[in-house]
Design a protein around this ligand. Structure first.
Ligand code: X8Z
Ligand code: ZN
Length: 620
C-alpha cells in the first residue's frame, strides 16, 4: 500500500503517444493568417492559458478534497482491520468511488483532451498538470463506471484479506515480524522450513481475488487506450512496456556476474551453517533470511559492527527519532507534531482485537502538511533501514509541498526517485564513520571492510534479481501476456530459479499462490521495478555525494550534519514532478540512469568472492 497515497495517483504521463487522440504539438497561429483576415473581423482566439488555468484551479481543488477523503478512509482500512466488519470497507469503497467518478469523468476527460490539443499555447507546467490528470483518468474512466466500481470493491476486499490473515507457526498465531525473526536467526532447517511455509500459507486465500483484479485492472486502462495495466504503469516514466523490460533486464545483466559469486558463496556457506554435507545446486528458499530471498544481509555478522545489538538496547522509538535527527542534521525541518500523533508506527499490542497492514508505507494524506507513516517498527537493522526509507518519503512530501509545485505534480521526479531517497539515507545510516560519529560504535572498533561490503552486497545486490527479474517478469507476464490461471505458481518458480537461483523446499503446485504472498502483487501492482530502479539511482546519488560533496570514500561516509548534502537532496525533491526525471539526474549527477555506480561500488568484492569460491561449483 505504498503508492496509493504516495506517487501513483499523481504520476505524470510523459510523452504518452498511446492516446487515441494523442496531443500533437501544434504550430501557433502564424502572422500570414492574420494578414489575410483583417484583425478587426477575426474572432478573438480563445486564450488557452487562461482557460487552462481556470480549469486546473477548479480541478485541483476538487481533486485535493476527494484525495484527502479517500486517504482518510484508506488509512482507517489499513490501520484497523476487523475481519468480517464491513463498515470500513464500505466507507473506503464510497470514498474511492467518489474520487474515481471525478478523476475519470467524461466531462473532465473531454476537457483535458481539448486543452491538450492546444499544448503549444500552454506553459510547460500546465501541460504537465493536464497530462497528470489524464493519466489519473485512465485509472478510472467513467465510460466503464461499472468496471471501475467492481475494481474498487475488489481492491478493498483484497487488502482486507491480505492484512487480516492469521499466520500460524508451531500452532500459534504469529505476526510477519515473528516469522522474519525466525528466518533471520533459526539454525534448524526443519523449523526454518515450517516458518517459511507458514509465510506462504496466505497465497491460496488471495488467488481468486488476484485473478479477478487482473481482469479489472486491464479492462480499466484499456478504455483510454492502454493495452494492459503493466503498460499503463510503465508509461508514468515515459517508457513503453518493452522499454521498461529492456531497462530492467539490462540492469540485471550488469549485476549478474556479482550475483553469481554471491549465489555460489551463499550455497556453500549456508550448507556449512545448517550442517548439510551436500551443497545444493540451487539455494533452498527456506535457507535464506528473508521470505522471498530479496535480502540476504542477515547471513553475515560483521565483527565489531553489531548494529542489531546496539539497536536492541536503544528500542524502537529511538530508531524513528534517530532517523528524524539524521534528516534534521542535513537541514530538513523537524517532523510536524501531527506526524507523531497520527501515524501508526509500532506493532499492535498483543491481544488487540484488530489487525493492521504489516508492510511499511508513507502517506501524504492531504497533499499538504498531514504526513503519516504506517509501520510495525521493532529494534533491529531491518526496521532501522525501513524507518529511514519511510522518512525519505515523508521528507519528499514535505519538500514538494510548496507554492511552486501544483497539487497535481506533488509526486516524485518519477516513482523510483521517491523510493530512492530514504533507501539512500538507510545506506548512509549504516556506514561505519556515521555510526562512530553518533557514538553507536566505538571509534577504536576494528572492522573488516570486506565483510562490511559483503553484508551490503547481500542486501542491495541480491535484491536486483528479485525486483528486476522475478517480480517484474512475473507481473509483465501476468498483466500483459495473459499468463494462464493454471500456470501462475509454475511461472513464479521458473523465474525464481532462473533469476535468483532459488528453489522451494518441496514442490509448489497451483494449489499455492506464492507470488501473492508479496504484498505489492496485490496492492501495488505492476510497479515493483520502481525499487530496482531506485537502487540504481541511490548508488548514483551516493557516489556523487561521497566523491563530489563530502570527498569521502563511498564505502565509508558520514553524511551527518552536512547541509550541503541536505541542499543537494532537497534540490532533487523540491520540484516534485514538475521537472523531467532525466533532466534532474543529468543536472545533479552529470550522468544518465545507469548501474555504473552500483557496479563500481561492489567491484572490490569480486576478487574476494572469486577467491572464496575457488574450486566451488557454479550453477548459474
Ligand atoms: O516496499 C518497500 C517499502 C515500501 S514504502 C517499505 N520496499 C520494498 C519491499 O519491501 O519489498 C522497500 C525496498 C523493497
Ligand atoms: Zn517506499
Amino acid at each position: 500500500m505504498k503508492k496509493t497515497f504516495l506517487t501513483g495517483m499523481a504520476g505524470v504521463a510523459l510523452g504518452s503517444a498511446i492516446w487515441s487522440c494523442a496531443p500533437t504539438a501544434k504550430t501557433p497561429p502564424t502572422a500570414n493568417t492574420t494578414t489575410e483576415t483583417p484583425a478587426a473581423t477575426q474572432p478573438a482566439a480563445p486564450d488557452w492559458r487562461t482557460q487552462a488555468d481556470a480549469f486546473l484551479q477548479q480541478y485541483s481543488t476538487q481533486y485535493q478534497r476527494l484525495y484527502t477523503q479517500s486517504a482518510e478512509a484508506e488509512w482507517r482500512s489499513n490501520t484497523h482491520i476487523v475481519p468480517g466488519d464491513t463498515t470500513n470497507a464500505a466507507a473506503t469503497a464510497r470514498a474511492n468511488q467518489a474520487m474515481a467518478a471525478f478523476t475519470g469523468s467524461t466531462e473532465n476527460i473531454t476537457r483535458l483532451r481539448e486543452l491538450l490539443e492546444h499544448q503549444a499555447d500552454l506553459s510547460e507546467l500546465q501541460v504537465k498538470q493536464l497530462k497528470a490528470a489524464l493519466y489519473n483518468a485512465a485509472n478510472s474512466p467513467q465510460t466503464i463506471a461499472d468496471v471501475v466500481t467492481r475494481r474498487i470493491k475488489a481492491e478493498t476486499a483484497q487488502v482486507e484479506k491480505l492484512y487480516g490473515f492469521d499466520y500460524k507457526y508451531q500452532g500459534k498465531s504469529v505476526t510477519t515480524n515473528d516469522i522474519d525473526e525466525v528466518l533471520r536467526k533459526e539454525k534448524n532447517p526443519t523449523k526454518r522450513q515450517a516458518a517459511w511455509e507458514a509465510s506462504k500459507a496466505i497465497g491460496p486465500t488471495l488467488k481468486e481475488g488476484l485473478l479477478n483484479l487482473r481482469g479489472l485492472r486491464n479492462e480499466t486502462v484499456k478504455a483510454l487506450g492502454y493495452p494492459d495495466y503493466f503498460t499503463y504503469q510503465a508509461s508514468d516514466y515515459g517508457l513503453t512496456r518493452e522499454e521498461m523490460m529492456q531497462l530492467v533486464r539490462q540492469i540485471n545483466d550488469e549485476l549478474r556476474p556479482l550475483y553469481r559469486e554471491l549465489h555460489t558463496y551463499a550455497r556453500y556457506e549456508l550448507a556449512k551453517k545448517y550442517g548439510q554435507k551436500q551443497v545444493p545446486d540451487y539455494l533452498p528458499a527456506h535457507w535464506l533470511p528473508n521470505r522471498w530471498g530479496q535480502d540476504w544481509s542477515a547471513m553475515v555478522d560483521v565483527k565489531g559492527l553489531n548494529l542489531d545489538a546496539v539497536l536492541a538496547k536503544k528500542g524502537a522509538e529511538w530508531q524513528v527519532k534517530q532517523a528524524e535527527r539524521f534528516y534534521q542534521s542535513l537541514g530538513f525541518a523537524a517532523l510536524p507534531s501531527s506526524f507523531y500523533e497520527k501515524s501508526s508506527l509500532y506493532p499492535l499490542p498483543a491481544g488487540a482485537n484488530y489487525k493492521k497492514n504489516n508492510h511499511a508505507s508513507a502517506w501524504h494524506m492531504d497533499l499538504e502538511n498531514d504526513v503519516r507513516s504506517l509501520m510495525s517498527v521493532e529494534p533491529n537493522t531491518e526496521w532501522y533501514e525501513t524507518t529511514h526509507h519511510e522518512l525519505g518519503h515523508i521528507y519528499y512530501y514535505m519538500s514538494y509541498t510548496n507554492p511552486e509545485v501544483p497539487v497535481l505534480l506533488r509526486s516524485g521526479a518519477n516513482r523510483a526517485y521517491h523510493e530512492a531517497m530514504g533507501s539512500l539515507m538507510g545506506l548512509a545510516a549504516t556506514q561505519k564513520p556515521f555510526l562512530v560519529g553518533l557514538d553507536l560504535v566505538p571509534a577504536s572498533a576494528k572492522t573488516d571492510q570486506t565483510q562490511t561490503l559483503l553484508k551490503e552486497a547481500l542486501n542491495y545486490v541480491t535484491f536486483l534479481p528479485f525486483a528486476s527479474g522475478v517480480m517484474s517478469e512475473w507481473e509483465n507476464s501476468f498483466y500483459a501476456e495473459n499468463l494462464p490461471p493454471d500456470q501462475l505458481n509454475a511461472k513464479w518458480w521458473e523465474l525464481v530459479k532462473k533469476y535468483q537461483g532459488i528453489t522451494p523446499p518441496t514442490t509448489r503446485g497451483e494449489n499455492f499462490l506464492d507470488p501473492a504472498t508479496k504484498t505489492h502483487i496485490n496492492d501495488d501492482p505492476a510497479q515493483y521495478y520502481d525499487y530496482a530502479l531506485s537502487y540504481v539511482i541511490l548508488f548514483q546519488l551516493h557516489d556523487h555525494i561521497a566523491k563530489k560533496i563530502l570527498k569521502q570514500d563511498p564505502h565509508a561516509t558520514n553524511y551527518y550534519g552536512s547541509k550541503e548534502v541536505g541542499a543537494f537532496l532537497n534540490d532533487i525533491m523540491r520540484p516534485g514532478a514538475s521537472k523531467d526525471w532525466r533532466t534532474v539526474l543529468k543536472e545533479k549527477t552529470d550522468e544518465d540512469l545507469s548501474a555504473r555506480a552500483m557496479v563500481d561500488y561492489f567491484q572490490p568484492l569480486m576478487a574476494y568472492l572469486k577467491e572464496q569460491n575457488k574450486g566451488r561449483k557454479y550453477t548459474m
